[in-house]
Design a protein. Structure first.
Length: 548
RNA sequence: UGGGGUGUCGCCAAGCGGUAAGGCACGGGAUUUUGAUUCCCGCAUUCGUAGGUUCAAAUCCUGCCACCCCAGCCA
């Protein structure tokens, strides 16, 4: 078999196994899984996990199961499984099979009975508090439960009674019988089944005992024939238990192998389902797919292209070192993609009238639809000499190196002519309300006419007469500062998080005057001239991909 | 203080005994119908630290330091 070149340490590990012939028996098929718990919407952190798993699937021509890790009925719901399926679809990740851990409840229960019969598990009557108290500490061994040596018969009877529902929640649990003095606390007789008289969103009231993650996950992997179970670093301590559970169940080799990687962190972005759920539940955002949320659906509604998300995850790489990636790197990927795909248009946020005193008539100017893309076509924009420019593109007291318009200065109206500002008309309150300018006919864009007139800057404009139809005259950013949840709340929620919640989102998305959503691309303007204001130089129609 | 991990440029990250890739950010220059894009150019004599092995170490060995994870009937 041809072994592909590894792009990260996980694939390197797989390659070594392949080279050693570990999977020869099954034709060197690699089988992975992506196992979210349907208890919330997927966020950008999950995209990294997906890229890793789907990357392995593709590179080794393997298979991938999307598995709903639904072993805790209290938290899970169909709304979330649907949202997960939708997110994968939007991202373009194609899995081979959709499976549910809850599909294995019968099988898992059988294995639990086998554990009991083999003397590897016992029913423990200790309360949750007592179990905690007898588990020991980081430095001291735990003490064995008084129920640890019950006979297999008694354990079986009790466990069946638990299943039958005659015991209340919390009265008994099934524990794995491993080692109460293990330095790894996860091995100190962990609970593998608990009683919960809770309706499960899929199995209804069929069960009142549910398997724990540490029991269900490795067995689900083994049942599905997963070869590599990729998860985040915090499960490293669980690996010995993962291996133990599979071994005692008696699965034949090759048995699934758990490999851990560092999860994604981004500056200014809160990535914890628990906190995101709070924001939704407490009404700080409009929902899981609110454009301020770092969820995949939120990002989508923010105007982020899926390819940008995937590119970002690929760029960031996979390693075992804890890390926090700068949001700038995400932004860069988004801009990169948008620059390639975005259709261009001009926009004005805070209109300021600009009248060209020596121009009459009207003409149609030709623009490239997307200068970054070859043969992207053209768009035509009508020009009458009466336009609006953005207030921020005119300064009464231009700072040094100012490149836009000021009294007596010149600027190019993008795609049109260079104009000189002769007069700034003020209203009663003393605010500039109109600019009177002179234009230079020979400076028309695209013409190579000889001229001595120069302009340092280029500004966008919208025609006063045709603007509303031709280009977008006025638009509102969808996300404003005041749309962000208050920072005190953010800090109370998660003291460790850096200041803001989701990061100051780049205003990728805006709404035009007629309510049409448009995508914005940050440019140098925004970068260098934000004094509270927001100045974008490109907007893009999002009609097709936006569906809110 | 037990166990498990991790430490390479401001932020990610390659590197796997032969003399420090790449991306983001940043700085400089050129082109420009967006202060954008594109295009050049610059950006770790040094790999947590102290020793040791070797002709040769970020890579091997030893000690130390820092940070992260584990005591849910969550996943």
């Amino acid at each position: 078999m041809k072994i592909p070149e590894a792009t990260n340490f996980i694939e390197q590990f797989i390659n070594e196994e392949l080279a050693a012939g570990k999977f020869e028996a099954n034709g060197n098929k690699i089988h992975v899984r992506f196992p979210p718990e349907p208890n919330g919407y997927l966020h950008i952190g999950h995209v990294k996990a997906m890229c890793i798993n789907f990357g392995v699937k593709e590179r080794y021509d393997g298979t991938l199961n999307l598995r709903m890790d639904d072993t805790n009925p209290a938290k899970e719901d169909y709304e979330y499984v649907n949202s997960i399926v939708d997110a994968l679809k939007w991202l373009g990740f194609e899995y081979d099979k959709l499976v549910f851990a809850s599909d294995y409840y019968d099988k898992l229960y059988e294995i639990a009975e086998k554990y009991i019969i083999d003397g590897n598990a016992y029913v423990c009557d200790l309360s949750a508090e007592e179990i905690t108290a007898t588990r020991g500490t980081l430095t001291e061994a735990g003490t064995p439960s008084p129920y640890r040596n019950r006979s297999a018969e008694e354990n079986l009877k009790l466990f069946r009674e638990m299943k039958a529902g005659i015991y209340p929640d919390g009265s008994r649990v099934l524990r794995a019988k491993i080692d109460m003095s293990s330095p790894n606390i996860n091995m100190r007789d962990p609970v593998i089944y608990r009683i919960a008289h809770v309706e499960h969103y899929r199995t209804g009231n069929k069960w009142c005992v549910y398997p724990m993650y540490d029991f269900a996950h490795p067995l689900s992997d083994a049942i599905e024939g997963i070869t590599h179970s990729l998860c985040s670093l915090e499960f490293e301590n669980h690996r010995p238990l993962y291996d133990w559970v599979i071994e005692k169940a008696g699965f034949p080799a090759p048995v699934p192998r758990q490999i851990e990687f560092a999860r994604l962190n981004i500056t200014n972005m809160l990535m914890s389902k628990r906190y995101l759920k709070k924001l939704v539940d407490e009404g700080f955002v409009r929902g899981w797919d609110d454009p301020r949320m770092p969820t995949i659906m939120g990002l989508k509604n923010r105007g982020v292209p899926p390819t940008a998300l995937k590119k970002f995850c690929t760029d960031v790489g996979v390693a075992k070192a804890y890390s926090v990636v700068n949001q700038a790197q995400l932004d860069s990927c988004i801009r990169d993609e948008l620059n390639e795909t975005a259709e261009r248009a001009m926009a004005v946020i805070n209109p300021l009238k600009l009248t060209i005193t020596n121009y009459s008539g009207e003409e149609e100017l030709v623009f490239e639809k997307n200068p970054a893309k070859e043969n992207s076509g053209v768009r035509k924009v009508k020009f009458t000499g009466n336009v609006y420019i953005d207030r921020d593109d005119f300064s009464e007291n231009p700072p040094p190196k100012y490149k836009r318009l000021y009294l007596g200065g010149t600027v190019r109206l993008k795609g049109a002519y260079i104009v000189r500002c002769d007069e700034a008309v003020k209203d009663d309150s003393g605010e500039v309300c109109e600019l009177k300018c002179t234009y230079f006919p020979e400076t028309k864009s695209g013409s190579n006419a000889e001229t001595t007139v120069k302009a340092k800057g280029v500004v966008q404009w919208v025609d006063a007469l045709y603007g509303a139809d031709a280009e977008f005259r006025r638009y509102q950013p969808l996300l404003k500062d005041e749309d962000y949840p208050d920072q005190d709340y953010a800090e109370r929620l998660n003291k460790d998080s850096e200041k803001s919640f989701f990061g100051k989102a780049e205003p990728y998305l805006a709404e035009s005057a007629d309510g049409t959503p448009f995508q914005l691309m940050r440019t140098g303007y925004y970068k260098k001239c934000t004094d509270g204001g927001l100045l974008l130089s490109e907007i893009v129609s999002l009609k097709d991909s936006f569906n809110k």
